[in-house]
Design a protein around this ligand. Sequence first.
Ligand code: ZN
Length: 201
Amino acid sequence: MFLEPHFKGQRSGWIEVICGSMFSGKTEELIRRLKRAKIANQKVEIFKPGIDTRYDDKKVVSHDANSILSVPVDHSSRLLKLTDGVGVVGIDEAQFFDEQLPEVCQQLALRGIRVIVAGLDMDYRGQPFGPMPNLLAVAEYITKVHAICQHCGNLATHSYRLSEDESTVVLGEQDRYEARCRTCYHMGNILNLQVREEKET
Ligand code: ZN
């Protein structure tokens, strides 16, 4: 489990990233850290991209409904204006933010803010997702959380897409994706390819 660093002298800012596949508990871990900061009377603000409106406009919502209020923003640069006097900034669904997010997080950290970012590290194609790889490069602390493979029970690192829709952003994730380990993800892709080839011939 992630434990916050101890400080000697003046507190400085830093970046934490929580990443993993779907159903890995990223948002739950983000909420756990933010709630602890709130209990310590630190001023906390939570942001999410304006695009993610699956459940509720004003909340960071994890799938078990253990949620806290958040502000939807359309561009990461808005965070620089909305964080005056804030000690801890949480960012959920970071993969959907623009490419400027890593730079914005670094500026916030330089102002002495603790920045905690949660997001999918890979999309359903197994490719690094949006600004996440650059965030991982500049973060002080990285936590990779795992789901359980829905086929074999091993640790799952991949989000396997069941639907036919080609767009990377498919909302309403619960019924369209499965958490899979590397092997089961790979086997699923091979089977899909065979089915597609059979259809075409
Ligand atoms: Zn598996």
